[in-house]
Write a protein that binds this ligand. Sequence first.
Ligand SMILES: C[S@@+](CC[C@H](N)C(=O)[O-])C[C@H]1O[C@@H](n2cnc3c(N)ncnc32)[C@H](O)[C@@H]1O
Length: 275
Amino acid sequence: MTAPDAPRGVDVDKPSAARIYDWYLGGTQNWAVDREFGRRVEKVWPLIRPMSRENRAFMNRVVRAALDAGIRQFVDLGSGVPTAGNVHEIVRDQLPARVVYVDYEPVAAAHSRVILEGEDATEWAGIVERDIRDPEAIFADEITQELIDWSQPVCLLMITVLHFLGPGDRPDELVAAYRDQLAPGSWLAVTHGTCRDDAPPERAAEVRAFVDAYRDTSNPAYLRSDEEILPFFGGWPLLEPGMSALPDWRPDEAVSEFAAEVRPFAWGAVARKPS
Ligand SMILES: C[S@@+](CC[C@H](N)C(=O)[O-])C[C@H]1O[C@@H](n2cnc3c(N)ncnc32)[C@H](O)[C@@H]1O
């Protein structure tokens, strides 16, 4: 299988974080330069691909559960390159519904545009090319305004993105700004990289080496503990089963062979805004 032509203006000579992530997920929107980089990361942290897939599988289960609960609007912050199992692909079977992707990486945004146009989805799905650290700009963006009615419940997804925010980005205040924007009945889904006490020491060392390797890049990553992740939900009631390792959040039949290895490193939860 070959990668499709690169969207205009997209550089395929340099690795792109969004396309590398696409490769972790088994997508097709990546080039040799991305795969080469990805393989190097995989040597440092062999769990990177299973972790990425667990995150995506969690997101898929959350979107399906939100649809079952009657939610028809989705905002996916830090959406990446929309590879297999995107929000709009799941939602497509249950239209009318609306999807807004948000990513600040031009490569991710360009690929998203091409995919949404190619799939004739632009009437009900769009990409906002902005920094999630500027919620007001995201709310004011014309694509968001056209697609999202904030007086109605929204499923807000923050999947594998908050670890890119450092303490100086004031992630607590930032997530609170998004919570305030949501109508009662909305859902907030968050996953986050962590390193729990029960992690096997050699695996914990790998994840720490991975984080260290990214420390001086333009995308430093931060692991957070339960105590740091839980406040993102602002005290809203968590949907069953509460905060859990990703493979354990409402697992479906397709539990991955890597679930046990991934458990200590990827946690998440979904909360519902009370009336
Ligand atoms: C690891 S990928 C996750 C993609 C997707 N949420 C998933 O779980 O499959 C993280 C994405 O977040 C984006 N991102 C990181 N920081 C961001 C920021 N401050 N504003 C917007 N996007 C951001 C990156 O460009 C990248 O595409």
